[in-house]
Design a protein around this ligand. Structure first.
Ligand code: PHE
Length: 335
């Protein structure tokens, strides 16, 4: 019997030391000390032992009971402590950690530059006007003194929607739409998309223009030059180099183009510098005024059409217009 008790002690202590959960500890308590437990059974059989053995066995069994109880209690406390510290670690909430910022988008570089340009003209008192991108041939060409046999009407340059209807090839039709609604003095800028059958490093089939129109009594070419030079200086700084070049447009007379000296970054760290045409301009043609119902004897005015993409390229040293429309985040995120 003493040997049996000894075996129980070895088994029980080993199982207790291996227990790794509070539930298991309680199961062991039942297994060894419960009413139908191993040790309880042995204690009961002490009564059947001989009178000499009884006290010795009883004492040994009681000692074992105390030892196992203490051992189970100790294990229970240890496991409980571990569990507590574990949940405490999981529940820990550091209120001083910075929050996760949601990713925010921003305006496309074209929109940024367009807004900047419009703001400069708004300072000068120009209002903002808009017109449709799907335009009639009348507004896109005829009203702008561009006859049916003009090369600009060629299928190679113009996207036709159906006979008589085109994707506007410039923002100039907005000139006419504005003049039909307003009497001079008129000073408007009209930003928007335009379309041409054209694609290379500096041309895209869809691009952005900002039209400008100013009409009043006594407006001269000096006003045109002064306004555009002021604009260029505001946008690029006073050190920028620019030149007006005589040109031809059916709807302005005289006409000019304005170039800016443009340095673009090339791959491999090099750069190239050349003149970049960024706008067309001129004095509004008397024929255009006649279509608008303005008296060409009384009113004069100037108009211009800015290439927003070109200006963005000069502004940010972008080497190809295609970058602007590829939606490559690595490019766009730089602005
Ligand atoms: N509409 C012309 C173009 O797209 C630019 C322009 C606008 C020229 C106004 C003169 C006056 O090329």
């Amino acid at each position: 019997m003493i040997e049996q008790l000894e075996q129980v002690r070895v088994d029980a202590l080993q199982e207790i030391s291996r227990a790794d959960s509070l539930k298991l500890v309680e199961e062991l308590r039942v297994k060894f000390l419960g009413r139908k437990g191993v040790l309880t059974g042995l204690l009961r059989s002490v009564s059947q032992a001989s009178p000499e053995e009884r006290p010795v066995l009883g004492k040994a069994a009681n000692e074992l009971k105390l030892q196992l109880t203490a051992s189970l209690d100790q294990k229970f406390d240890d496991l409980q402590a571990i569990e507590k510290s574990r949940t405490a670690r999981n529940d820990f909430f550091d209120v001083t950690l910075p929050g996760r910022r949601p990713r925010l988008g921003h305006l496309h570089v074209i929109s940024q530059v367009a807004e900047e340009i419009v703001a400069i003209f708004a300072e000068l008192g120009f209002q903002v006007a808009t017109g449709p991108e799907i335009e009639t041939e009348y507004y896109n060409f005829d009203a702008l003194n561009t006859p049916p046999d003009h090369p600009a009407r060629d299928l190679h340059d113009t996207f036709f929607v159906r006979p008589g209807v085109v994707l506007r090839t410039h923002t100039s039709p907005v000139q006419m739409r504005v003049m039909e609604k307003m009497q001079p003095p008129v000073a408007v800028v009209a930003p928007g998309r335009v379309y041409r059958v054209d694609a290379d490093a500096t041309h895209s089939p869809m691009f952005f223009q900002i039209e400008g129109l100013l009409v009043d009594e006594g407006v001269g070419f000096a006003d045109l030059k002064g306004t555009l030079m002021h604009f260029i200086h505001r946008l690029f700084g006073k050190d920028v180099q620019m030149r007006f070049r005589p040109h031809f447009f059916p709807f302005t007379e005289p006409s000019a183009e304005l170039d800016i000296l443009w340095t673009s970054d090339k791959g491999g760290g090099g750069s190239q510098t050349k003149w970049m045409e960024i706008l067309g301009c001129g004095m509004v043609h008397p024929e255009v005024f006649k279509h608008a119902g303005y008296d060409p004897e009384r009113y004069t005015g100037f108009a211009f059409g800015l290439g927003v993409d070109r200006i963005a390229m000069v502004r940010h040293r972008i080497s190809s217009i295609t970058y602007l429309y590829e939606s490559d985040m690595r490019f766009l995120e730089q602005f």
